[in-house]
Write a protein that binds this ligand. Structure first.
Ligand SMILES: O=C(O)C(=O)C[C@H](O)C(=O)CO
Ligand SMILES: [Zn+2]
Length: 277
């Protein structure tokens, strides 16, 4: 996929119509059966990857935008499996990923291939990659592992479980901070109270949302928000200045991942909903 995304300026957001916003901040159909799709961005040089092996293994190839012989020559990547069980083979080492398992692959990993255990229920590997200055070890995080934070309240419809996987106190990385948040049944709001974080790009990948449901994802300057109507599998790019929060028409989960200046999860500037416009 050749479209190159750029963060743009917060003051431009109100001048864009819905298609303009979608073209700049939404990635659709990244996870497509039988393909590896790669979308490069100028959001802290983040690259997103979707790999859905069905009948045959797929390979992670480099892309022109990276100007490197192999995808991970100067980068790291975190993968989350949001589909059926599958395997990622990294330089001959086999890592089996059940649904919501996370795999970190460090700089210098050369051969990366993807397989599904069952073509009728293929693995869906979503990847988030950022430049890396050194090589940290390739590490699997099973669905039972990670640091759990229970957030929100049923009364405010934002009860959710956040699982940190690649982070300061977990699997080590150069830049990537990554995990999965799942809404409890009956709760619809993610990341509420909302926030920005000036020092990092953040990308959300929504999954486990029924096809006939949507998430209304809020973005832009907190004082001048706009929204995107997001479907299952969609990816939303948030520049450092953009608020990111959403309300679903049913429960759902999402992978969140960040890259930028620091890795401190709590380095957020909270925005009370009463200050949002
Ligand atoms: O539900 C949440 O709250 C989140 O998942 C928040 C994200 O992890 C985030 O935006 C971290 O900066
Ligand atoms: Zn955030």
């Amino acid at each position: 996929m050749s479209h190159q995304y750029r963060p743009g300026r917060p003051e431009d957001i109100p001048t864009l119509d819905q298609q303009g916003l979608r073209d700049r901040y939404l990635v659709e159909q990244l996870l497509t059966p039988g393909e590896v799709r790669i979308v490069s961005t100028h959001f802290d040089r983040v690259v997103t990857v979707g790999a859905v092996p069905v009948d045959a293994p797929l390979k992670l190839e480099t892309v022109d935008e990276l100007r490197s012989d192999n995808f991970l020559d100067r980068r790291e990547i975190g993968f989350v499996n949001t589909g059926g069980t599958g395997t990622i083979v990294a330089d001959g080492e086999r890592y089996e990923l059940a649904k919501t398992a996370v795999l970190y692959l460090g700089r210098g990993t050369v051969d990366v291939t993807f397989e599904s255990a069952d073509a009728a229920d293929p693995a869906k590997f979503y990847g988030f990659s950022a430049p890396a200055h050194t090589a940290y070890p390739n590490t699997l995080v099973t669905p039972e592992e990670g640091t759990i934070r229970e957030l929100g309240d049923q009364v405010t419809s934002n009860r959710r479980t956040l699982r940190q996987c690649i982070h300061e106190n977990g699997v080590k990385s150069c830049q990537i901070v990554m995990g999965v948040t799942s809404l409890h049944a009956g709760s619809m709001w993610n990341t509420m109270p909302a926030h920005t974080h000036d020092r990092r790009t953040e990308v959300y990948h929504y999954f486990d949302l029924d096809d006939d449901q949507r998430v209304v994802h809020l973005m832009g300057d907190p004082k001048e928000t706009r929204h995107l109507m997001v479907a299952n599998g969609d990816v939303v790019l948030s520049p450092s200045w953009s608020l990111h929060s959403g309300v679903g028409s049913s429960s759902y989960s999402f992978v969140w991942a960040m890259a930028g200046e620091n890795q401190s999860f709590d380095d957020m500037d909270s925005v009370p909903i009463t200050d949002m416009r």
